[in-house]
Design a protein around this ligand. Structure first.
Ligand code: PMV
Length: 309
């Protein structure tokens, strides 16, 4: 039997880094997905753009951990992804959730989606050292979600405007950036806690704005969040260039998404329109500033088992 399962990447509207300190975050699934194809086999193999291996914690740490933690028989797994790797778009969580979803269906493990998200979060934590539940929750459930560590995540109204991502194409190590922020937090706990409290407040006031589809105000708050992310040391010259280019081209707002350092920015934009400022204009401005633009939308779809035969 072969099972194919896919799961989405995500963007953060608010709350990366602060969520590691128990603060609220708002993130949304996007329509870039990773697919895992699983079939029983004589010997375990994992294939992806990184190559073909067996259980291998150097090349395929996340998928190796998925296979070992579910203690399934030998399988062949193929990973295909539309999500750029190491770019803050949740590529590892999408690969983990798609793999767990496929193994769950293939071997009839009967895990419900809350369990999938929980197992996925544990795997991310094991491999990375630290990880909030955001990526695995959003990748499993889909939609636009309010994440509150320690409390069940809740679904918000889906972001309906266009989303433009700007990839710096510079690698971003979540582990390293979370470590740098931890050192700053140890050195200046009062300052850092105050910043995280403001970010928490951005998520709180973002909820009714998203419900009311007031994307202009959401964008303004995203701009504030970007400034705070810069303040805690996760910005870079290229990230700021792409953010400014998106804003100058008419985006409602733009900020780093994910760990920062490199990786991506996210901009909310109105649909392409005659008066400019739409997704196409923002995407060209990002490309002209040296980034790689991807126009996308939020997606209600979380993990989806596509075929079993
Ligand atoms: O860059 P990403 O997609 O791994 O996001 C990291 C977000 C952090 O808040 C910095 C860490 C986390 O685990 O939530």
């Amino acid at each position: 039997m072969t099972t194919t399962c896919s799961a989405p990447g995500k963007i953060y509207l608010f709350g990366e880094h602060a969520v590691v300190y128990g603060k609220r975050a708002i993130a949304s699934a996007i329509n870039l997905r990773t697919t895992a194809t699983v079939s029983e086999s004589d010997q375990t193999t994992i294939s992806s753009i990184l190559g073909t291996t067996g259980i291998d914690y150097m090349v395929h740490p996340y998928i190796s951990r998925c296979i070992e933690s579910l203690a399934v028989p030998a399988v062949s797994i193929r990973i295909d992804s539309e999500i750029p790797v190491g770019s803050g778009l949740g590529s590892s969580a999408a690969a983990v959730i798609a793999t767990l979803g496929a193994l769950n269906a293939e071997f009839r493990l009967m895990m419900d989606s809350a369990t999938l998200a929980e197992v996925g979060h544990r795997i991310e934590r094991d491999v990375q050292g630290a990880a909030s539940p955001t990526d695995t929750a959003v990748s499993t459930m889909g939609g636009t979600m309010l994440i509150q560590p320690g409390v069940a995540s809740s679904r918000l109204r889906l972001i309906e405007c266009d989303i433009v991502i700007g990839d710096t194409e510079e690698f971003s190590s979540t582990k390293e950036l979370v470590g740098n922020v931890r050192i700053l937090h140890e050195d200046y706990p009062g300052v850092m806690d105050s910043i995280f409290d403001i970010i928490d407040n951005l998520s709180e006031i973002g909820v009714p704005l998203i419900k009311g589809r007031d994307y202009r105000s959401v964008g303004e708050l995203m701009n504030i969040d970007h400034g705070l992310l810069d303040a805690i040391g996760v910005g870079s010259a290229k990230l700021s260039r792409l953010v400014c280019a998106a804003r100058d081209a008419g985006a409602y707002g733009a900020k780093i998404t994910g760990a920062g350092g490199g990786g991506c920015i996210v901009a909310l934009v109105r649909g392409s329109s005659a008066d400019g400022g739409g997704a196409d204009a923002v995407a060209s401005a990002i490309n002209d500033a040296g980034g790689r633009a991807i126009i996308t939308k939020a997606s209600e779809d979380g993990v989806v088992v596509r075929e079993t035969f």
